[in-house]
Design a protein around this ligand. Structure first.
Ligand code: OGA
Ligand code: NI
Length: 363
């Protein structure tokens, strides 16, 4: 997938948030200050009354399919995907070492001097490297976040020049971690298929050689967290997203449910999973790709390691026949090439669920 022509994009000066708070800890430059309606506007006082997002115990899904625990957990999964588009998984089988290690190297990466990180710059219009993605103009507001993103698989999307030589163990750790996350995604997709009454290999067969990318988001503390956003509201273009929050992470991720921003409370040893746009289309809207954002904290930094798992760019996507019924549930999305969707996604700023208009059939 070719990046956009760099010459056509003027993004102005993008200040590095970590450097900014080192020199002026109490200053929030204008370019980070959101309009009032973008900040707290939608946060309802009801927030704390909401039930927390569902928790799925993957050890129960390893049991025989006739076991009551399995059946109950599959139902829970199906409800989670329909009602929330988000859930946390516990007993997911990832080794503690693998999870700890990626967190450690990611932290070490962000703690390096700016000159070192800038050896791997994210060029305007591209989404890999160190910097801020999805910025397309000089007046666009910036997120209170430093990002480092890399394509991991297949080899055609991996850009070796952007894989850092320091910390020394970074590449090895990320490769090991990504292998485990790929296994987890494959496993989750089999359960999702079962929960839809489909044969368990459905997604693996459809996706071909899956595309996997990782984004590490580092949210420094902000003296005025109410004025800024850590990450603009968006839905993910992936099929599934796996989000790891650093240990002792404060609350930062919020999802939009019934017009209210609901915080996702970090659970120890859990991973947050969300349904991406691709699964929403494939299930004709039954499983939702839910809008989410990140907010910042006055005192504490936060680090997340986010993996996007998606079909191969060659794959044609359209709602699956089993989930369309001309009379009761007509087809809501047109058919499209996933590579074209990915290109559309990365060439527009993050704006809620707007990307998916690309595929919507409007009545
Ligand atoms: C993302 C994302 C949320 C977070 O990277 O797509 O939604 O809390 N991140 O970092
Ligand atoms: Ni996201």
């Amino acid at each position: 997938m070719a990046p956009l022509p760099i010459s056509s994009i003027r993004v102005g000066k993008i200040e590095d948030v970590q450097e900014l708070i080192k020199s002026k800890p109490n200053k929030v430059p204008e370019r980070f200050i959101r309009d009032a309606n973008e900040r707290g506007g939608l946060v309802s006082l009801k927030t704390h009354l909401h039930q927390p997002i569902p928790v799925i115990d993957l050890s129960k899904l390893s049991k025989p399919h006739t076991n009551d625990d399995f059946v109950f957990e599959i139902l829970k999964l199906s409800q989670a995907c329909e009602d929330w588009g988000f859930f946390q998984v516990i007993n997911h089988g990832l080794e503690v070492d693998v999870v700890d290690d990626i967190e450690k190297v990611a932290k070490e990466f962000f703690e390096m001097p700016l000159e070192e990180k800038q050896k791997y710059p994210m060029e305007p219009g591209t989404v890999q490297g160190y910097g801020q993605a999805f910025i397309f103009s000089e007046d666009q507001k910036l997120d209170w976040c430093n990002m480092f993103a890399l394509g991991v698989h297949p080899p055609s999307i991996l850009n070796p020049k952007l894989w850092p030589s320091k910390p020394a163990r970074f590449s090895e750790s990320l490769k090991g971690y990504s292998k485990e996350i790929s296994k987890l995604c494959k496993r989750l997709l089999t359960y999702i298929a079962i929960s839809l009454g489909l044969k368990k290999e459905t997604f693996e067969e459809m996706f071909g050689e899956a595309v996997q990318a990782v984004r590490m988001n580092y949210y420094p503390p902000c003296s005025s967290p109410d004025l800024v956003l850590g990450l603009s509201p968006h839905s993910d273009g992936s099929a599934l997203t796996v989000l790891q929050q650093s240990k002792d992470s404060c609350v930062g991720l919020q999802i939009l449910k019934d017009n209210t921003w609901v915080p996702v409370l970090p659970l120890p040893n859990a991973l947050v999973i969300n349904i991406g746009d691709t699964v929403e289309v494939l299930t004709n809207g039954k499983y939702k790709s839910v809008e989410h954002r990140a907010v910042t904290n006055r005192e504490r930094e936060r680090l997340t390691i986010v993996t996007f798992y998606a079909p191969n760019y060659e794959v044609e996507i359209e709602p699956m026949g089993e989930l369309v019924d001309d009379e009761t549930n007509p087809c809501k999305y047109r058919s499209y090439n996933h590579g074209d969707y990915s290109y559309h996604y990365i060439s527009n700023k993050l704006q809620g669920k707007k990307s998916l208009d690309f595929a919507k059939i409007l009545n």
